[in-house]
Write a protein of this length. Sequence first.
Length: 179
Amino acid sequence: MSVSSDYRYCPHCMKSLVERDDAVEEGGRRRRVCPDGDCGFVHWNNPVPVVAAIVEYEGKILLARNAAWAEGVFALITGFLENGETPEAGIAREVLEETSLHARETELVGVYDFIRKNELIIAYHVKAEGEIVLSPELLEYRLVEPAKLRPWRAATGLALADWMRRRALPFEFVERPGQ
């Protein structure tokens, strides 16, 4: 069994990490570890917490296109949760940083795995106000009627589908490349 990890070197002593191949497995799974017994570093490869916002603005849902994405690809506002930050504070910060909008109300939609990117998505419905000014990270945005949203079958798409389901909005999933 191979261990999926971006870590190749110990962040403490810089020795090449090895896959634990003896009978002892950390936490019941194979892990990359430092071969130096004095160091003892274990790369746990835990999922990264990410916050996501279904941003409601003037009765519509704001979707944005990242500068690195293909034309026509829009998604929810997302970002990494920072050290010492609550998820509620994190989503309010991300919405402000990415759109210049202020979160007026936040409501937890749910928590979703995104195994392909080793992320744990904490999704919120955010009612926001202000004037939309996108960060340089985002190229454009769309305001979409909630009933016209089309979620995808993973992570933030599942959060959007749950949000729509709770509001008795009809929807159909859209297929995305790599699903």
